[in-house]
Design a protein. Structure first.
Length: 155
């Protein structure tokens, strides 16, 4: 006959093995989840970039003698990819400079570090392309000059 102590030790050992198996599975799933998130992020960026390039090419064909720069004068916010357009609209409605962490909930994203950092990257790209200004680090406003100027009409 098996003693109660031996039975408990056997059950404990089996439970420990199961925990270790599940931890190993969870670690593998976490790696696969991170890879899937990276794939999704790359695809989102690719789609946004293609949409932007096509919009710029379309606008350039419509008005071939428009000024120089990354985004021709006369473009409206409607040519921006949806996420970028939402960001510009939030900033246009703000009474003053806005931070990425303030924009994220207003465009319907969860306020996680990843979403805030992703939005900050988009804000920086909008600054590079002349849609926004960043006079103080992390504080974004509509551009006073360049492509983002006169784009408060979002229809």
């Amino acid at each position: 006959m098996v003693s109660l102590t031996e039975e408990l030790q056997a059950r404990e050992a089996a439970a420990r093995r199961r925990v270790e198996e599940l931890q190993s599975e969870a670690a593998e799933l976490a790696i696969r989840l991170e890879q899937a998130r990276e794939d999704l992020s790359r695809l989102e960026i690719t789609r946004e970039t293609v949409t932007q390039v096509l919009a710029e090419l379309s606008a350039a064909e419509a008005e071939p003698d428009i000024g120089s720069g990354d985004a021709p004068e006369g473009l409206v916010v409607a040519v921006l990819p949806d996420m970028y357009r939402d960001i510009v609209e939030v900033i246009a409605d703000a009474p003053g400079p806005v931070q990425a962490k303030q924009i994220v909930p207003r465009i319907g994203l969860p306020t996680t570090t990843g979403k805030i950092e992703g939005t900050r990257g988009k804000l920086k790209r909008l600054v590079e392309r002349g849609w926004l200004d960043e006079d103080t680090p992390g504080q974004f406003t509509l551009a006073r000059q360049g492509p983002g100027r006169d784009r408060t009409n979002f229809q």
